[in-house]
Design a protein around this ligand. Sequence first.
Ligand SMILES: NC(=O)c1ccc[n+]([C@@H]2O[C@H](COP(=O)([O-])OP(=O)(O)OC[C@H]3O[C@@H](n4cnc5c(N)ncnc54)[C@H](O)[C@@H]3O)[C@@H](O)[C@H]2O)c1
Length: 315
Amino acid sequence: MKVAVVGAGLMGHGIALVWAMGGHTVRLTDTHAPTLERAPRLMETALATLAAHGENKGMEPGALAQRVTCQAGLAECVEGADLVIEAIIEQPDAKRALYAQLEALLPPGATLASNTSYLDVFPLMPAALLPRAMIAHWYTPPYLVDLVDLVPNEALEAGRLEAVRDALLAMDQKPVVMRRFIPGYIANRIQATVQNEVQWLIDNGYADARTVDEAVVHGIALRMPIVGVMAKADFTGLPLLQHTFRNRMYTPPEPFEASPSMDALIAEGATGVMSGRGYYDWGDDPARLFEERDRRLIALKKALREIGTMAGYAR
Ligand SMILES: NC(=O)c1ccc[n+]([C@@H]2O[C@H](COP(=O)([O-])OP(=O)(O)OC[C@H]3O[C@@H](n4cnc5c(N)ncnc54)[C@H](O)[C@@H]3O)[C@@H](O)[C@H]2O)c1
């Protein structure tokens, strides 16, 4: 398949790498020349990390240039493409302007897939694009997180979403199909709910950040890969959950606009791993910390592949 990726930033270069590792021919473009120039080096670094752990799907780092080419122009990038992936900045006006250009440039057989996180992009598109347009939303980094959310619009032609899903499955990604768009899809909405709850616990003095993470990692997170949320409900037994709902034993905190503990850290310049400090004191080279995180993620993925899951994704 010929894949065009429009936007070579944080997500675009990673998505391009996944399709290249899957054996596809990829063209990449970005309106910001330095970003486009930087993309091949970032892909090579990521591929080298994957290769070091045997997760490069048979693609040697030197082979990248044969599969991925960078194009300065949009027309050259999308020409002859079967799939055009839109991964540009999350701004409605920028996306609207790009879709207007694509109305004339998208090859007739090509499907347009937006990587938007929170925007309903379909109303931003010319009506003529809608029969060929869907959302395919990836997670960062795309070459380590397998989930891709697929969302159709009402006018999407039959078979297009299924073709993208099948191509993703063939690359060992984990596509999930939603019936219609909602900002944040499933995983990011759950993550946001968890973050809201955790900030509330911390800011109201129930536990500190480390304690919260211990409870998450050794409690929720250990079970989740095996039973998800709904399979866990079945294991718990539904009457207990029914009882919890009915008696309002749990009331979620109101969503809030600011977390005092987070505001204080940011004011001190403690913005997270990149600054050496956030809720934790990291005090180390961020690149080494990211590498260490990725190494552990890869090990966990390998273990999960072996263990299997009871949450509907058993291979
Ligand atoms: N960052 C994440 O974790 C994440 C995760 C999933 C989805 N997304 C979504 O992916 C999209 C891109 O996000 P990102 O984090 O990669 O942003 P980014 O800022 O790193 O990259 C966006 C790139 O788009 C380029 N661009 C802007 N207008 C363009 C145009 N008309 N044509 C070509 N390139 C153009 C910019 O120069 C920039 O390099 C957004 O819709 C975002 O919501 C982001």
